[in-house]
Design a protein around this ligand. Structure first.
Ligand code: BTN
Length: 252
């Protein structure tokens, strides 16, 4: 069960590193590492994840997926969608899912997820979640918000933590090989930039197209020059941008 074993720290470089270290020491599936502050927090696409001490939920979950490694893409997308639904309920602000798993409240990012895997000596994954809980808008980066800003009242990080753990357990226990039709519809209904022209950037490669929705494997369906493809990684932005290099999707 996710969260049965949980470690809590004041300040660490990154909860991701600590979760991988605990994995090496034999920590069980579902072990959570949580911190009030990170000095070297990591985001997707090699970015840093900055947060002010005590104002965010910063946590990493060790997953020992055994033969479920290929289901992790659907797991992280569904966790993002569950968080979007929870945050919409508690804030009253419509929540969108920015593929693969960012949650936006009123077009501003409130949480991000980082999924990292290692395959030796046995396959493990660490799912890191960062949620802006109480940081005032003026102290957040542009295009970011916090739960408290959207609610107009304070909320305890511990309450958010319990909701996240419950959501993750719901998703893990109902995880299938692929997303079901109804899960796809639910995610597509929340998908930021659905049917819009986008640029997808993955490292120094770019792809321009129209977003169609999520694929059964949790990837993104995107039409490029009239041909639909499914991509499994990258960062979305609205509209066309200067191309750097031709992007080759996984399934092309
Ligand atoms: C992103 O949106 O780029 C993903 C951000 C993930 C941040 C979390 S905070 C807890 C965990 N530890 C890290 O160093 N990163 C993740």
């Amino acid at each position: 069960m996710i969260g049965r074993t949980a470690w809590r720290f004041n300040a660490v470089p990154s909860t991701q590193d600590l979760a991988f270290r605990l994995a090496e020491l034999g920590a069980p599936h579902g072990t959570v590492v949580r911190a009030e502050q990170q000095t070297a927090g990591r985001g997707r696409q090699g970015r840093r994840w900055e947060s002010r001490p005590g104002e965010s939920l910063l946590m990493s979950v060790l997953l020992r997926p055994a033969d479920r490694m290929h289901q992790l893409g659907t797991f992280s997308v569904r966790v993002g969608a569950e968080l979007a639904s929870e945050f919409e309920q508690i804030t009253g602000t419509p929540a969108a899912l920015k593929w693969p798993n960012d949650v936006l409240l009123g077009s501003r990012k409130v949480s991000g997820i980082l999924l990292q895997t290692r395959s030796t000596p046995e396959p493990i994954a660490v799912l890191g979640i960062g949620i802006n809980v109480s940081t005032p808008l003026e102290l957040l980066p542009e295009n970011a918000t916090s739960l408290q800003e959207q609610m107009g009242q304070s909320i305890l990080t511990d309450v958010v933590y319990e909701q996240v753990i419950a959501a993750m357990n719901r998703v893990w226990e109902s995880l299938g090989h692929q997303l079901t039709e109804s899960q796809i519809t639910e995610i597509d209904d929340r998908l930021w930039l659905r049917h819009a022209e986008v640029t997808l950037q993955d490292a120094d490669r770019q792809l321009r197209g129209i977003v169609m929705g999520v694929a059964p494997n949790g990837g993104l369906r995107i039409v490029v020059d009239g041909v639909e493809r499914t991509v499994v990684a990258g960062e979305l932005t609205r509209g066309p941008r200067e191309a750097t290099q031709q992007y080759r999707p996984e399934n092309s």
